[in-house]
Design a protein around this ligand. Structure first.
Ligand SMILES: NC(=O)c1ccc[n+]([C@@H]2O[C@H](COP(=O)([O-])OP(=O)(O)OC[C@H]3O[C@@H](n4cnc5c(N)ncnc54)[C@H](O)[C@@H]3O)[C@@H](O)[C@H]2O)c1
Length: 260
C-alpha cells in the first residue's frame, strides 16, 4: 500500500521544462510535496518558487549527480514515493547519415542511461518503504519510424526498461509506468516552431483530434499513474498524443477526415 497522500513526496526530473513544470503544478494541487530537479537551476528555482516546491540540481547524464540529488531530496524532504522521470535530451529531425555522434552519445547517456540510473537511485528508497510509483516519459517516436535517429531508439528503450522495472519491483510495492507524449506545445517546442525546425500545422494534420497536446494534459496522465487511483496499473505505456498513433494508416486513404 502507498503512504498516505498528505505525507507524499514526488521528485520530478526535468521539472524546470514544459511538461515537467506542468507536473509540478498538477502534483502540488493534489497535495504532494514536490522536488523540482533539473540541470537548469535558474529555471528550477523559478518553477519551485512559483509552485511552492523545492529546487534541486541534477544532471541525469552524471551518475554522481543523480545519487547526490536523490540523497539531498530525501534529506531535505523525506522519502520519495513518486518519481516522474521527465528530463531528456531532445533532438531535431535529420537523416541517419547526418548523425552527429557527439550528440548521439549525449542522447544515450541522458535518455537511456540517465533514466535508468534515476529510477534506481529514487526507486531504492521506495523498495525500502515497500511502496512507490514511477512514471517514465517515453514518446510516440518509441512506437514507430521517425527522423529522430538517436532520440526515438532511446525512447523505445525507456518503454522496455519501464516494463522490466515494473516486473522486477512489482512485488516490492513499486509500480512503474510510461507516459508517451505526442506533439506537445511546450516552450521548447514552440521555440522549435519559431525556428522552422517543426511545423505545427503539419503536426496537427497527423492528429485524430485536430489539435496538439498541452503540457497539462501530459501532466494529468502522469499524476493519475502516480496516484492510488492507478493502484492496479503497472508496466503499461500510455500515449497522450491527440490520436497521432491512431491515424497512421489514414494517409493512404486521403488523410484524417475534416469536421464538415
Ligand atoms: N514536447 C513534446 O512534444 C514531447 C513529445 C514527446 C516526448 N516528450 C518528452 O517529454 C519530456 C519533457 O519534454 P519537454 O517538451 O517538456 O522538454 P523541455 O526541454 O521543456 O524539458 C526538458 C527539461 O529537462 C532538463 N534536462 C535536459 N537534460 C537534462 C539532464 N541531463 N539532467 C537534468 N535535466 C535535464 C532541461 O533543462 C529541461 O528543463 C522529455 O522526456 C521529452 O522527451 C516531449
Amino acid at each position: 500500500m502507498n503512504a498516505p497522500s498528505r505525507a507524499r513526496v514526488a521528485a520530478i526530473t526535468g521539472g524546470a521544462g514544459g511538461i515537467g513544470e506542468a507536473c509540478v503544478a498538477r502534483l502540488r494541487t493534489e497535495g504532494w510535496k514536490v522536488a523540482v530537479l533539473d540541470r537548469n537551476m535558474d529555471l528550477a528555482r523559478k518553477v519551485a518558487e512559483k509552485h511552492d516546491a523545492t529546487a534541486f540540481e541534477i544532471d541525469i547524464g552524471d551518475a554522481a549527480s543523480i545519487e547526490a540529488a536523490a540523497a539531498a531530496v530525501e534529506h531535505r524532504m523525506g522519502r520519495v514515493s513518486g518519481l516522474a522521470a521527465v528530463a531528456a535530451h531532445l533532438e531535431n529531425p535529420h537523416a541517419p547519415e547526418d548523425q552527429d555522434f557527439g550528440e548521439w552519445d549525449d542522447i544515450v547517456r541522458v535518455n537511456l542511461t540517465g533514466t535508468f540510473r534515476t529510477m534506481v537511485a529514487f526507486g531504492k528508497g521506495m523498495i525500502e518503504q515497500g511502496a512507490g510509483a514511477i512514471v517514465t516519459v517515453g514518446s510516440i517516436t518509441a512506437f514507430n519510424s521517425s527522423p529522430l535517429q538517436g532520440y526515438g531508439p532511446t525512447k523505445a528503450a525507456i518503454l522496455n526498461m519501464s516494463r522490466n522495472f515494473a516486473v522486477a519491483w512489482g512485488r516490492k510495492g513499486v509500480r512503474v509506468n510510461c507516459v508517451c507524449p505526442g506533439p506537445t506545445r511546450t516552450p521548447a517546442v514552440e521555440a522549435s516552431y519559431a525556428r522552422g525546425e517543426r511545423d505545427p500545422e503539419t503536426m496537427t494534420r497527423q492528429t485524430a483530434l485536430g489539435r496538439l497536446v498541452q503540457p497539462a494534459q501530459v501532466a494529468s496522465a502522469i499524476a493519475y499513474l502516480l496516484s492510488d487511483d492507478a493502484a492496479a496499473i503497472t508496466g503499461i505505456e500510455l500515449p497522450v498524443d491527440a490520436g497521432v498513433l491512431a491515424t497512421q494508416l489514414w494517409g493512404m486513404y486521403g488523410g484524417v477526415p475534416s469536421p464538415d
